[in-house]
Ligand binder design. Structure first.
Ligand code: CA
Length: 229
């Protein structure tokens, strides 16, 4: 399973819909996981953080809206992109969903094409590390399309893990991340990696960045951040 494919959690109790959605997402190149109720969804979130959640409105154990409020109240998940799936088409329900922190809303029945288009749009909007435009800090720039890093327009050699790490830092400048957050967000699928492996990759990243190594700051007893300051 590719670690850089976005992971999408589908919370849907109707098996036929869950299967169709899961199939559609996998066809579109994403990692899709299905859970059938709010409690299993919460368990899933304790183990890994998806890039996006598709949340059914009517779930057997708790309403989707209630679950949405719960994740929005949690600091770890309050920015997680959420699209509500619902059979309800009433305007007031849509407003309730958006008021509770949904980013978008799709009414059943929906076409696979509409679903993937909405997901793509939301991922672009919400996760800058999936953006296709050039990212830069100081003399360093990263091109997500050609997967290259340049310094003063000169391409540099950089390993795959260091590339991903740099891309993540560039998408979230001036924010400190702990080693375990970096593991979760950059290596997501490989939870067996030890935290000190992060230190090794940060070291290699700094080495690759040569005179721009100061961009990657160590924040004592917390973790690392990218900052031009
Ligand atoms: Ca349902």
């Amino acid at each position: 399973m590719a670690a850089d494919k976005p992971t999408i959690l589908i919370i849907e109790d109707e098996p036929a819909i869950a299967e169709l959605v899961s199939f559609t997402l996998k066809e579109a190149g994403w990692n899709a996981f299905v859970v059938h109720n709010a409690s299993d969804a919460w368990d899933f979130l304790q183990r890994r953080t998806p890039q996006l959640i598709l949340l059914d409105w009517m779930l057997p154990d708790q309403s989707g809206l209630r679950f949405l409020s719960k994740i929005r109240a949690d600091r770890q998940f309050n920015e997680l992109p959420v699209i509500m799936l619902t059979a309800k088409s009433m305007e007031e329900d849509k407003i309730a969903g958006l008021d509770n922190g949904a980013d978008d809303y799709i009414t059943k029945p929906f076409s696979p094409r509409e679903l993937t288009a909405r997901i793509k749009a939301l991922l672009r909007r919400k996760t800058p590390e999936h953006a296709q435009s050039l990212m830069s800090a100081g003399i360093v720039s990263l091109d997500p399309v050609s997967c290259t890093v340049s310094m003063n327009s000169q391409k540099i050699e950089i390993g795959h893990a260091e590339f991903k790490l740099l891309k993540f830092f560039l998408a979230h400048p001036d924010r400190v991340f702990s080693r375990s957050q970096l593991l979760d967000k950059v290596w997501g699928d490989h939870v067996v990696i030890e935290e000190r492996t992060v230190d090794v990759h940060v070291l290699r990243l700094r080495k690759a960045l040569k005179e721009a190594e100061h961009l990657i700051k160590t924040v004592r007893s917390v973790g690392y951040m990218l900052s031009e300051k």
